[in-house]
Design a protein around this ligand. Sequence first.
Ligand SMILES: [Zn+2]
Length: 89
Amino acid sequence: MLSLEHKAKVRITAVRRRTIRVAAGALPRARCAACGREVETLTRSQAGEILEVGDQELGAFLAAGRVHTIPTVSGSLRVCKESLFAAIP
Ligand SMILES: [Zn+2]
């Protein structure tokens, strides 16, 4: 029997291994102004890991607006997961 869970796993194997590890945990959700809806958010280091870029390169992605950022009340930035997948070449 092909359960829903099994189907999800099959689909996920097509995505990068590193992405799965991040996706395995529950990610905090926040409203992304650019997407206009609630999205899952990542820390900068998680985002860098998924894109396989260093913090400097990630900074360039953010500055170019290729990846959406969401400011937090504590003054740090979280990264919109939706935009991250769009940014993967
Ligand atoms: Zn977004």
